[in-house]
Design a protein around this ligand. Sequence first.
Ligand code: SF4
Length: 422
Amino acid sequence: MESLLSEILSGPRQRRLSRAASVVYGKRKVVIGGDAPVVVQSMTNTDTADVIATAIQIKDLARAGSELVRITVNNPEAAAAVPAIREQLDKMDVDVPLVGDFHYNGHTLLQDFPECAQALSKYRINPGNVGQGAKRESQFAQMIELACRYDKPVRIGVNWGSLDQTLLARIMDENARRSVPWTAQSVMYEALITSAIENAQRAEELGLAGDKIILSCKVSGVQDLIAVYRELSTRCEYPLHLGLTEAGMGSKGIVASTAALSVLLQEGIGDTIRISLTPEPGGDRCREVIVGQEILQTMGLRKFTPMVIACPGCGRTTSTVFQELADDIQTFLREQMPVWKKQYPGVESMNVAVMGCIVNGPGESKHANIGISLPGTGESPAAPVFIDGVKAMTLRGDRIAEEFQAIVLNYVAKRYAPTVVE
Ligand code: SF4
């Protein structure tokens, strides 16, 4: 008799239909929206006027895998530095497109520094920060006209911390006339979405092509972000930039961003992401890129770098050997990727398992491309290695980490070397 059970399926919902916007620098073209993969982007925290420090950080972010890098262009010194930053990047062979982040004086800076306007591949405009009253209209129009003149896409990026107050007042008035007024929270959501969409429509009226507009509505609460983007995604076909603003430091920032973005991405919403982490003093800015990539990769939406599957460890593991090995191998794999991704196509799909004992070790190792099961407490001091599900050798002694790394290298060179067609 046929089972009444239905098949258990996995995967995200079909991606929301959106236009595709291209961000171009030289031969490098990054597509946001349409059926392009979700793009990971980041932002520098150096003083843009410091050309060398900014160029180095952009290079690091690009090397970590950031596909677009945003820099603040907040004053004439920063605007003057942008072409020099671009030149430094060209010298270092870094072709990542640059996005200029403008507030208050963007219209003046883009007008006064044409080489800056040209060197940037995309402009971010915050409609809440382009000016007040009549000036707001004309300054916004000026920025859009400059985007048209230089043929650049723009992100109309609304942020609840800098919401256009005139528009908010209008939405509140409309709410007051409702027989059952909405909550203040719903009014705020509506104001964010209306600001993004009305400004995008205004940009189109001013002559900017619809496929040169990307929208974002950033808030700092997980449920707020989900509610706003769910609604925004139904009201327009512009590609959407996702990000939780002011996500915070450490694990809180990572968890909050992951929680919010995962729900939306699973629903097919979101075309580019940025993880706004506050680095610890002296912390690595590239972490935001790695977190963004890991969200997409662990959800099965993209592949960037081989993944290490490691058990959490427990009372069966009395030494830190396996934790160190898991950490070393993850760092090693990530460091190889800039070269490997050119040399070994498909290597980003590889899984490596590092397990602490024989309870789950051999089983998990067999599911990975390569797995090692380290000895737990009381187990014989031997570490079986599994390659493509088959036990290939057993490592012993003090050099297990080095030997395992060599096995991984050897595997990659054999398995992912491009096949030469005679
Ligand atoms: S694999 Fe072994 S060491 Fe790792 S968590 Fe499970 S029981 Fe503990």
